[in-house]
Design a protein around this ligand. Structure first.
Ligand code: ATP
Ligand code: MG
Length: 666
């Protein structure tokens, strides 16, 4: 499958919109089908946001009371408000209206851990289940404005749980079910949740997870929790605490199959979600109803070019913002069929994704660079022999995608699919920088252009001045608010202001660095905290890592800055090699590989970027959402491994000990 990729630097490679997508005999006409149309719509969204978003909100959402004012407040004072006076309900928008017009349409394809156990849920069935759980929550005293913690595996009840909360105006606070008891406890406490929704056990990659036991551990120190509703995933015997724990199915069966949705004001809080914790203490980000829902619906329509009949598949966990927006609220608000994937990309084999696409005739497929790199590492054979002809759009999110990984992913689409590298955050609610499949030519590794309503700027990190024109690198900010931006950090508005709005007053600060290249394309360079300064050269982690991964032996890498007497900082690179390449410390072949890697960076970027140290390792520290945690590596190299900070969001804490040993020995 490996095509001959251009030897040009990624910035010079331009992949036009695939002809297939614009061929009316093959594909529905893209909503935005030319660069000119994108530019015109983007211009309107910035120059006349009230008219632009007022129209989108009226067309895409159903309101019980229409709004009378589109926008109020802004970034200056952190008093953002959209669609004032309007009332609507997210659960009604995602379920009822489709259940009424098309009750037998499939809302959810549940692709269970074992591939032969998938199950379809229609909109009619979804409505009944959402209403029953909503009724069960009400029966337990949950009212509008209360928070409900959800700690569930990727089972249909998880989707039902989110929609049941929004139906009655309760704020869901989903905690990824891979988190430890302590991490769960902290989030339940921080949000003051009185009810927890969970399951007996989870199933992932053939392994069983003791979900309920973890909840029991966490709740030992959560005195506010009165009720735990337990869904049955495996039917295993689990301890049930008298008076606190109830089977979710029993409680639901006592409830009627329909209850009215609670009317919500546009700015009523909709949910809380804690960030991944890549950079430090997770923040309980709060989104409100209308703006969030509009961002979700608009991006599924325009970025994934959703058309009726499409089968939409987002591989994220519902415990992350990507799962909220692109498994649940975005696709369902448009009445789409959404795939809920319980397993992992390598179970039972590394062909799982491709088999699933063929089986369900998936049209939009959305995953993360970490999964793409992991599959690329296992070789091309697994990708062969599957009918992927239903696909139109391949999406990626979560980290900068290295051009090598981008090419590998693009090859999956065999020139017929658009690759959309979508840049966004928990705080932005929906995509903010991304190609539109029918309109924007792509460059491997670039998130390309701003979405509608996003007025970007790149600032000089020191002076805070806007860097005008092209060919500039600095701090990525947004100049005005847009509908789906978070409104606050739960219980701590001051922290919201300080984290996002005060660092560069009047701007939304993303925390990421970016380049606007000669063609005006945006390249995310990684976290500002991770920038490395060697003799006055500011180097991005993404750039150096992408150079290293071009070497045939490299599967994945993380680079950091370490202190250096001469140059201020120098580069240390942690490199995971592909299977079959042996690493023997001190051995000639291993030393040669290290030298080759240094050479590779000198060649691609320049001598000043050459790593001073290369550590060949088996594994890297990642968050549970699969993102590299460079701050841990920085601490280890600096000899501060006794003060690693919050590591509760780390996927596999045992990696840290191995790395400490490795660094100490070198
Ligand atoms: P925390 O804020 O707690 O440190 P986090 O930033 O990892 O955690 P998320 O909101 O899940 O939490 O991730 C958003 C971040 O992910 C962005 O700020 C950016 O660094 C990175 N990111 C997401 N998508 C992309 C992308 N397409 N290209 C580059 N980076 C991306
Ligand atoms: Mg963040």
């Amino acid at each position: 499958m490996m095509a001959d990729h251009s030897e040009l630097p990624a910035e010079e490679q331009l992949y036009p919109v695939p002809a297939h997508l614009l061929d009316a005999s093959q594909c529905p006409k893209p909503w935005v089908s030319s660069l000119e149309q994108y530019k015109e719509m983007h211009r309107q969204s910035i120059e006349n946001p009230d008219e632009f978003f007022g129209k989108e909100a009226t067309e895409l959402l159903s309101w019980t009371t229409p709004f009378h004012k589109v926008h109020h407040g802004g970034l200056q004072h952190g008093d953002i408000a959209w669609f004032l006076g309007g009332q609507l309900n997210a659960s009604y928008n995602c379920v009822d209206r489709h259940a009424m017009s098309n009750p037998d349409k499939i809302a959810i394809i549940y692709e269970a851990d074992e591939p032969n156990q998938s199950e379809n849920i229609t909109y009619g069935e979804l409505l009944r289940r959402v209403c029953q759980l909503a009724g069960a929550l009400r029966a337990r005293g949950i009212r509008k404005g209360d928070t409900v913690a959800i700690y569930m595996p990727m089972i249909p009840e998880a989707v039902v749980a989110l929609l049941a909360c929004t139906r009655i105006g309760a704020l869901h606070s989903v905690v990824f079910a891979g988190f430890s008891a302590e991490a769960l406890r902290d989030r339940v406490q921080d949000a003051s949740s009185r009810v927890v929704l969970t399951a007996d056990q989870g199933k992932r990659g053939g392994k069983t997870i003791e979900t309920k036991r973890i909840v029991d551990d966490a709740l030992k120190s959560c005195p506010l929790v009165e009720t735990v509703l337990v869904a049955q995933r495996t039917g295993a015997q689990v301890p049930m605490k008298e008076g606190r724990d109830f089977w979710l199915a029993d409680e639901c069966s006592k409830q009627p199959g329909y209850i009215d949705p609670e009317p919500m004001h546009s700015e009523d809080p909709m949910f809380l979600l804690y960030t991944s914790g890549s950079t430090g203490q997770p923040k309980g980000v709060m989104h409100t109803t209308a703006g969030y829902l509009l961002g979700a619906a608009m991006t599924v329509k325009y970025v994934f070019d959703y058309h009726p009949g499409d089968i939409f598949a987002c591989m994220a966990d519902v415990g992350w913002i990507t799962g909220h927006t692109y498994i649940v609220y975005g696709p369902l608000s448009l009445g789409a069929t959404s795939v809920l994937f319980e397993s992992i990309p390598t179970y039972p084999t590394p062909a799982r994704y491709w088999e699933m696409i063929a089986k369900h005739k998936i049209t939009q497929f959305y995953t993360a660079p970490t999964a793409i790199r992991a599959l690329r590492r296992l070789g091309d054979d697994w990708t062969k022999g599957h009918d992927l002809s239903s696909l139109r759009i391949l999406g990626t999110v979560g980290e900068p995608i290295n051009p090598e990984a981008w090419h590998w992913y693009n090859d999956i689409g065999q020139g017929k699919c658009a690759v959309v590298d979508t840049y966004w955050q928990t705080e932005t609610g929906s995509h903010i920088i991304t190609p539109l499949p029918g309109a924007i030519a792509t460059k491997p590794g670039s998130a390309t252009v701003p979405f509608f309503g996003i007025d970007l700027a790149i600032l000089d990190p020191v002076t805070g001045k806007e860097l005008e024109g092209n060919n500039v690198t600095g701090v990525l900010v947004v100049k005005r608010d847009w509908p789906s931006i978070a409104r606050t950090i739960y219980g701590n508005h001051q922290r919201f202001l300080e984290t996002y709005l005060k660092p560069y007053h009047g701007y939304y600060f993303t925390g990421d660095g970016a380049t606007r290249d000669k063609d005006g394309y945006i390249w995310i360079r990684g976290r500002v905290d991770d920038v490395i300064n060697v003799s006055g050269h500011r180097l991005s982690t993404a750039e150096i890592e992408s150079a290293l991964i071009m070497h045939h032996a490299v599967a994945e890498t993380a680079v950091i800055g370490a202190n250096d007497d001469v140059t201020g900082q120098c580069i240390h690179a942690f490199v995971c090699v592909k299977p079959g390449i042996s690493i023997i410390p001190g051995h000639a072949s291993t030393l040669d590989l290290s030298k080759e890697l240094v050479l590779q960076v000198r060649k691609v970027i320049g001598p000043f970027a050459a790593p001073k140290k290369i550590y060949l390792v088996e594994d890297l520290p990642k968050t549970r959402s699969g993102k590299l945690m460079r701050r841990i590596l920085r601490k280890i190299v600096a000899g501060e491994s006794d003060s690693l900070g919050d590591i509760s969001t780390l996927a596999d804490p045992s990696v840290v000990e191995v790395l400490i040993q490795r660094v100490a020995k070198s």
